[in-house]
Design a binder for this molecule. Structure first.
Ligand code: ACO
Length: 697
């Protein structure tokens, strides 16, 4: 079951809170601990609470602390967007959301509202957030002002957009529908929307659409003069009371607000009387404009009437006041029980709530975005802190990554190198290492050295290694670090920022050796593409694998992908798809695919297959229509190192994708290699995946 739902609309003023309130009510009937989360709130004033959060927490008695219910104010959101700091926005939202997901059984996420200058990109931001949180959506579509055909076309276009971004949509709710269109819209939805999509049609409800006097007075900075207890009066219309009194009376409709200059005592008194008269409709309230107070005799008269018409005064002129009133949108406040109950009832009356709950319960989160992937990696590593050795203490990038890892308390570290030199570098870089979780060892004068030398000698004496050679080897950082892992003095090693791949991994191949049942060590990269994470193997270790080895690489890569939360769908890549091509290399891949199928019938595998058919749904369907992998492969196995290494680098360079790895697979204990061009973040990520591998060892 998905642990959350994301409610979004595709434009402003859709009446989304009817759906969020209704949804919260039905969810609470099934699930006891539910949190409410708004990634971005409207309220920019830190001293005032966001109305939507306040209403949810108060009405449903939700115990989440207010500050945990949102990630950014709207101004902050716009600022970070304009600074191109999208990663920070998404990472912060994921962090705050995940905190709630961990503490509660379910999270109702309420998307942005399209009310400010960022409205043009709010929908795509909502989609991006839902995608990164890996949660399905419910779309609230505004029906007011559109024909049934236009509403349906709008929804179909939105649906296509969501499909292109791989965000699952569970239901679509047309809200504020003209009552005379409800039936036709139902029919149109049945005919034109996909069958799996749940749809409902909610008619416009005036009591929900219209703001109250309280909302208007607050929005226009009105000072309440009379009728404090009647501020919940609903305002359906407004008129300007600048005309003759008799004309004014003829314009009155049910729930009208009158905007009139403060010195029009005649209008004020007449409107109060009209409200009492059975021949005139209810007057919602009066706004006195222009900063003019009614004269004393008028005030005295109104006071004596115990008026039930709320009267507020504003400083702005009549014209500006009318414009301000016109722009006020209805909100549902925590103390407006009538509106809350009406919203919930309206939702329940017009939605198949049982079917909706069923959809929510059965939907499964799919895919993993790079932000979520990295978030989960760090979180997992922290759960059971492992001890990682970094042999290249003379490299500044290693020290920077170490400082970051220790600060975030992700792992414990041993850094190899001369203590004085490392301390001097730290000083120069203005870095501090948290030494309660770290140590610096110089292999050449370490107390561990004699034992390591004799262990290495014993392990490798059959390979013509004598004691002198063993001593030399063990003074080398890669050998010493690997021996720490072998002996259990560390849980994993990350090296290669200044040494070659061969230099880094050869010690592990020589004495850490492969796991039982695995004959070769190979590697994978986690390729963090803009919208998903896929696995590439092997792009770093085995130059020319045989069919047997290719099958092993595929199986190990599938296991690695599972270890990191990616559902493996294996594509055995070649220059041929299915039976289309010929040649020795195609035969090798075909045979490897058959070996995977016979050894691991539980794994989804396709091969030979070309890259485009493996990852593109349209091409995949065209070339291999029966395949369960074509078009949706998540694990891509290259036929040899030449293809694999160049492809990973090409994808990385040309798309800007983050490539995490190579992560070695098949070893008894984790050792991982860095590229010499690695960044501090690459080192950080490689240490994190090494720690997770160590947790599994
Ligand atoms: N799996 C398991 N064991 C292996 C493997 C393997 N893939 N390869 C070698 N071994 C074992 C050998 O059996 C040998 O064991 P033994 O000494 O106990 O008998 C031991 O490892 C050492 O073998 P060597 O022959 O000394 O090592 P070799 O010279 O074959 O080097 C290496 C192995 C380093 C993996 C080699 O295959 C290689 O250079 N691969 C390409 C690395 C590379 O340049 N990658 C591209 C750059 S990486 C990047 O771009 C991020």
């Amino acid at each position: 079951m998905s642990k959350a739902i994301y409610v979004t609309s595709s434009e402003s003023n859709s009446g989304k809170s009817v759906v969020t309130l209704g949804l919260m009510n039905i969810l609470l009937g099934k699930i006891s601990k539910i949190a409410y989360f708004r990634p971005v709130i409207r309220e920019n004033d830190v001293h005032r609470q966001d109305t939507y959060i306040q209403t949810m927490l108060t009405h449903f008695g939700i115990d989440t602390p207010y500050n945990d219910c949102f990630a950014f104010t709207y101004n902050e959101f716009l600022r970070y967007r304009s600074e191109n700091n999208n990663s920070f926005l998404i990472d912060t939202i994921i962090n705050k959301y995940k905190k709630l997901e961990d503490a509660y059984d379910f999270v109702l996420v309420d998307g942005m509202d399209f009310e400010g200058e960022g409205a043009s990109f709010e929908f795509s931001s909502n989609v991006e957030i839902a995608k990164n949180l890996s949660i399905p959506m419910i779309l609230v579509s505004k029906a007011e002002g559109y024909t049934p055909d236009e509403i349906t076309r709008n929804i179909l276009a939105t649906l296509q957009f969501l499909r292109n971004h791989d965000v699952p949509l569970l239901a679509v709710i047309a809200n504020k529908t003209n009552p005379s269109d409800v039936e036709e819209l139902h029919l149109m939805f049945n005919r034109r929307l996909p069958k799996h999509l749940l749809s409902s049609v909610i008619p416009v409800i005036n009591e929900l659409r219209s703001p109250t006097m309280k909302e208007i007075a607050e929005a226009i900075n009105g000072k309440i003069l009379f009728g404090q207890n009647y501020l919940s009066n609903q305002v359906d219309h407004f008129i300007v009371g600048a005309m003759q009194l008799s004309n004014c009376l003829t314009h009155l409709e049910e729930n009208t607000l009158i905007v009139t200059p403060g010195d029009r005592g005649d209008i004020i008194v007449a409107m109060i009387q009209a409200n009492l008269s059975k021949n005139y409709p209810k007057v919602a309230g009066i706004i006195l404009s222009g900063g003019l107070a009614p004269e004393e005799p008028i005030i005295k008269l109104v006071e004596g009437l115990e008026t039930v018409v709320p009267i507020a005064a504003v400083e702005t002129g009549t014209f500006e006041t009318v414009n301000n009133v016109a722009s006020v949108k209805s909100r549902i406040y925590a103390d407006n029980h009538f509106k809350i109950d009406l919203a919930i009832n309206t939702f329940e009356k017009n939605t198949d709530t049982a079917a909706l709950m069923d959809k929510i319960v059965t939907s499964k989160p799919e895919g993993l975005t790079p932000h979520m992937f990295q978030y989960q990696l760090v979180k997992r590593a922290k759960l059971d802190k492992k001890h990682i050795v970094l042999p290249e203490g003379s490299d500044d990038r290693i020290l920077e990554a170490a400082a970051k890892l220790l600060k975030q308390e992700v792992v414990k570290l041993t850094i190899l190198g001369k203590k004085e030199e490392i301390e001097a570098s730290l000083k120069r870089l203005n870095l501090e290492l948290d030494m309660k979780n770290a140590q610096i060892i110089n292999p050449a004068d370490s107390a561990l050295l004699p034992d390591y030398i004799s262990t290495f000698y014993e392990l490798r004496k059959g390979k013509n290694v004598n004691m002198d050679m063993a001593t030399d080897f063990m003074k080398d950082g890669a050998y010493f670090g690997t021996m720490m892992v072998y002996k259990g003095d560390a849980d994993g090693m990350v090296s290669g920022s200044i040494n070659t791949t061969q230099h880094t991994i050869r010690p592990a191949l020589q004495f850490i050796k492969t796991k039982p049942g695995v004959s070769i060590v190979s590697s994978v990269f986690f390729m963090c593409l803009p919208d998903r994470v896929i696995v590439f193997g092997d792009c770093a270790v085995i130059p020319k694998p045989t069919s047997e080895e290719l099958a092993e690489i595929a199986i190990s890569s599938a296991e690695s992908s599972m270890m990191f939360g990616i559902n493996p769908k294996i594509a055995m890549l070649s220059y041929s798809s299915g039976s289309s091509g010929q040649g020795e290399e195609v035969v090798k891949v075909r045979l490897a695919t058959e070996l995977v199928k016979s050894r691991r019938p539980d794994l989804a595998v396709e091969g030979p297959i070309q890259y485009d058919a493996a990852v593109d749904r349209v091409v995949g369907l065209q070339k291999l229509p029966q395949s369960k992998v074509a078009g949706q492969a998540t694990v891509l196995i290259f036929p040899d190192l030449n293809t694999g290494n160049n492809t990973y680098k090409a994808v990385q360079r040309e798309t800007g994708a983050l490539a995490i790895g190579p992560m070695l697979q098949g070893l008894n204990k984790p050792v991982n290699d860095l590229s010499r061009g690695c960044t501090v973040d690459d080192i950080f990520n490689t240490v994190v995946i090494t720690a997770i591998q160590a947790q599994q060892s």
